[in-house]
Design a protein around this ligand. Sequence first.
Ligand code: NZQ
Ligand code: ZN
Length: 391
Amino acid sequence: MASIGYYTPTKVLFGKEAENQVGEVLKAEGATKVLVHFGAGSVKKSGLLDRVEARIKEAGIDFIELGGVVPNPRVSLVRKGIEMYRDEGCDYILSVGGGSVLDSAKAIGYGVFGGGDVWDFYCGKRMPEGIAPIGCILTLSATGSEMSDSSVITNDETDPVYKRGCNTDFGRVKFSLLNPELTYTVSEYQTASGAVDIMMHTLERFFHSGHGLDFTDDLACTLLKEVMKWTPVALYKPDDYDARANLMWCGTLSHNGLMATGNATKGDWACHQIEHELSAEYDVAHGAGLAAIWGSWARYVLDTDRERFVKLGEGVFGESDPIKAIEKFEAFFKSINMPITIQGLGLDFDEAACRTAARGVTFQDARTIGDFKVLNTEDVFNIYMMASGLK
Ligand code: NZQ
Ligand code: ZN
């Protein structure tokens, strides 16, 4: 196994009514004026925003609001948030919503601290040297952003649009208040898409080069089995607390670094890169895009290390035939109405579209992706072709 560096500075309060502690927690953090950030309206409709703001007021803390974050959050709103935070003299950001709201909050935090053009931190021009303090109340189990080091932003000011991540330990938020009940209202599609994303954060780490740790492999298989057990329950009965709680905690632990402990690298992450190109250009839901890609990626890279697929198949399904194990993952995705092809995402991909997307992924042939198997533009093109049923 490899040496372990495990850094998880986020204070987590998990359980029913966790969000009601927001006033005390912000006060303990020394916040005096908070930028409350949220999405298109679900938190208003559910009454969550009013409840949260009442708690902030009770704690004697001032706040301003910035709503309007959309899925695949845009840099244009981030710029507005940076300006508001500065002009209004804020000293804390509170994200109330899903992963997109939190990623937008993180970007505002980077921009406030670092000055200059915030996109620099996403296109790799500058590395962040700090971030404004951020807390989160999560309403959707999926991205793991509530404990992850990551923020993913879409630049809607360029043509073509770019979707890029910024991963640093500064991106790990100060606190996350996690109440599974807040996810009861998440739609079937977003619940399923979120479940795939949770699974993929573990699968991406399971497939790594070099040595790993047996314990981490076992944790990975357990997490995958739990997500596959509880997702259908949450879809059938959206207010099943145990189902929502298992999904929420799996989502958090899947992407906080635990699932890579003892592994030689941080994982493969090719599917994420291949998917981000789709959600950037076509605005599809991230988890659904991953479901559409994964099986094709798996078949393409299988011969790199078949034993790894055998271990996964046996650990999750008791299935030692790697092809059958891949099919079982796809059957699960289908059973929760997730697509397993690009067409299933509603996109009409031809060979030219596959070529353009592949070049986008490798920054016009300037980089490779992946770690379990390193992929160049031609490899990515082949995977898009397979996922489109053209190969
Ligand atoms: O905007 P509102 O009205 O809140 O509606 C949202 C949105 O339409 C809705 N929703 C959220 N909570 C709800 C709810 N609807 C009803 N009840 C609730 N309780 O769900 C829709 C999707 O929300 P979004 O935040 O976009 O979903 P998700 O959490 O899946 O975030 C996806 C984004 O995160 C990025 C993805 O690429 C994508 O941009 N990722 C971030 C990561 C990270 N920071 O660590 C890692 C991931 O791999 C991923 O790339
Ligand atoms: Zn993801």
